[in-house]
Design a protein around this ligand. Structure first.
Ligand code: PEP
Length: 251
């Protein structure tokens, strides 16, 4: 049985003061014990969030990691081993904002994926199509290729300690959400792709949906058989809203 997961991507938001407020708000939430909950603050605030959420049953993750696990001469980057030292348990890999705005290729993302795992953290691999690709009916091909790149590089067993987040680019930060049926169709295809390699692994991997998830649409999305929770951007910056999404995942 897969445990549901809700992850909050805070993106490039927050000051020490607003992060402190968000931590306070999260600590006041009644959160379901049946859901794995994680937040991904900016790297600058990871330490503050790890300290502030002690005892809150909320894991802390990073939004990115360097292509190598160990410390070294790589100006501006953060090694996975440093993230572990700071208290991170998970790392987002391949968020569309990094793929599209920063030009991160599958090759670079594969190195990040491997570095995160080798340091003992869980990569949350983000995949998804643009609006243009959806309109050209290339969704399953694009998503299949992004996931296939990791499988090809490391084999299916690499997915055992990983989470996959399907995030249609056109739904991120736009207020447009995939319908539960649209999301389920892609999630089922992702699971079928995994099952072609290993059915046991496929049944165990958590597939999160991301793209304008909010309290009002979370329950319906999470009720679909292959949607195991959500990766939440904008709505995760509001503790009450995020708490409500977590509770929807617990029902
Ligand atoms: C995201 O950034 O991963 C995301 C899903 O954002 P939003 O929920 O704001 O669409």
């Amino acid at each position: 049985m897969r445990r549901t997961m809700v992850a909050g991507n805070w993106k490039m938001h927050g000051t020490r003061a607003s992060v402190a407020e968000l931590i306070d708000g999260l600590a006041k939430q009644t959160l379901p014990g049946s859901v794995d909950i994680a937040v991904f603050p900016s790297s600058l605030h990871v330490g503050q969030v790890v300290n502030g959420l002690q005892g809150a049953s909320i894991a802390v993750g990073a939004q990115d990691a360097a292509v190598q696990a160990d410390q070294g001469a790589l100006t501006g980057e953060i090694a996975s081993s440093q993230l572990v030292d700071a208290g991170c348990k998970l790392v987002l890999v391949g968020h569309s904002e990094r793929r599209l705005l920063l030009g991160e290729s599958d090759e670079v993302l594969n190195r990040k994926f491997a570095a995160v795992q080798s340091a003992g953290m869980t990569p949350v691999l983000c995949i998804g199509e643009t609006l243009e690709q959806r309109e050209a009916k290339q969704t399953l091909e694009v998503v299949g290729q992004q996931l296939g790149s990791v499988i090809k590089a490391f084999g299916i067993q690499a997915l055992v300690n990983a989470v996959v987040a399907y995030e249609p680019v056109w739904a991120i930060g736009t207020g447009l959400t995939a319908t539960p049926e649209q999301a389920q169709e892609v999630h089922a295809a992702i699971r079928a792709q995994l099952a072609k390699e290993d059915s046991e692994v496929a049944q165990g991997v958590r597939l999160l949906y991301g793209g304008s998830v909010k309290a009002a649409n979370a329950a319906e999305l999470f009720s679909m058989p292959d949607i195991d929770g959500g990766l939440v951007g904008g709505a995760s910056l509001n503790a009450d809203e995020f708490g409500a999404i977590c509770r929807a995942a617990g029902n």
